[in-house]
Design a protein around this ligand. Structure first.
Ligand SMILES: Nc1ncnc2c1ncn2[C@@H]1O[C@H](COP(=O)(O)OP(=O)(O)OP(=O)(O)O)[C@@H](O)[C@H]1O
Ligand SMILES: [Mg+2]
Length: 226
């Protein structure tokens, strides 16, 4: 069984007068160690799909199965546990807490989960993203690429099996963006995390094991590279 199974998923939003069909009959599998891009134009449904994969939201029909659990069937307590134990998220805008240092940002999810040894784990995660020497800086004292590395360390704090990245290089220049993608690739290949990355551009296509292209809420084509 795959770590993540998306089975014939449809998502309809009801916001204004007309319903929005954001995802249509999406099926996708992700295994441990996979580094996969979710590519497509603005509005094609990438963030919607990432949110469903991370059990932050639920399909209108079809199923998302993460670590053998159907997300729609879980209780609130079960969902909290699933997200905490299995999923890490990173965003285009980093979303670090500005009043906390780098190491405190990484430590926070561990403290919230009542994990012992939080500071030592946080320090190890910062080492993993080569940010150890910046541990005591505040986010505004770091470059965008450095902030994103801290955000990756934070996402990895709880040892997730799935890392979801929503346009993680969108605010970075291409060289810095490539550094971040290299780090995500290593996270997949060396640490066995399944990494799903939404991206507008396919400039760095060769970095990924696989590219899933979306158009108007559908999967347009799934090409296997390498
Ligand atoms: N909460 C919501 N309520 C209503 N409609 C929404 C909601 N979130 C997204 N949508 C709509 O669903 C569709 C898919 O949006 P989504 O954010 O998943 O696209 P995206 O591929 O991530 O775009 P971008 O590249 O701009 O981030 C769009 O038409 C969007 O307007
Ligand atoms: Mg988006």
């Amino acid at each position: 069984m795959a770590l993540l199974e998306v089975k014939n998923v449809t998502k309809v939003y009801h916001a204004g007068s007309a319903p929005v069909l954001a995802l249509r009959e999406i099926s996708l599998d992700l295994d441990s160690g996979d580094f996969v891009a979710l590519a497509g134009k603005s509005g094609c449904g990438k963030s919607t799909l990432l949110n469903l994969c991370g059990a932050m939201d639920f399909p209108t029909s079809g199923e998302v199965i993460l670590g053998g659990q159907v997300t729609s069937n879980l209780t609130d307590a079960g969902l909290t546990r699933l997200r905490r134990e299995k999923v890490g998220f990173i965003f285009q805008s980093f979303q670090l807490i500005h009043t906390l240092t780098a190491v405190e940002n990484v430590e926070l999810p561990l403290l919230l989960a009542h994990r012992s040894g939080a500071r030592a784990i946080a320090a190890e995660r910062l080492r993993r993203v080569e940010m150890k020497e910046y541990a005591h800086r505040f986010p505004h004292q770091l470059s965008g690429g450095q902030q994103q590395r801290v955000a990756i360390a934070r996402a990895l704090a709880g040892n997730p099996s799935l890392l979801l990245a929503d346009e993680p290089t969108g605010n970075l220049d291409s060289a810095t963006g490539d550094t971040v993608l290299t780090l995500l690739r290593r996270t997949a290949h060396e640490f066995g995390v399944a990494v799903l990355t939404a991206t507008h551009s396919t400039e760095s296509a060769a970095m990924f094991d696989r590219i899933v292209r979306m158009r108007d809420g559908r999967i347009a084509e799934a090409a296997v590279l390498l």
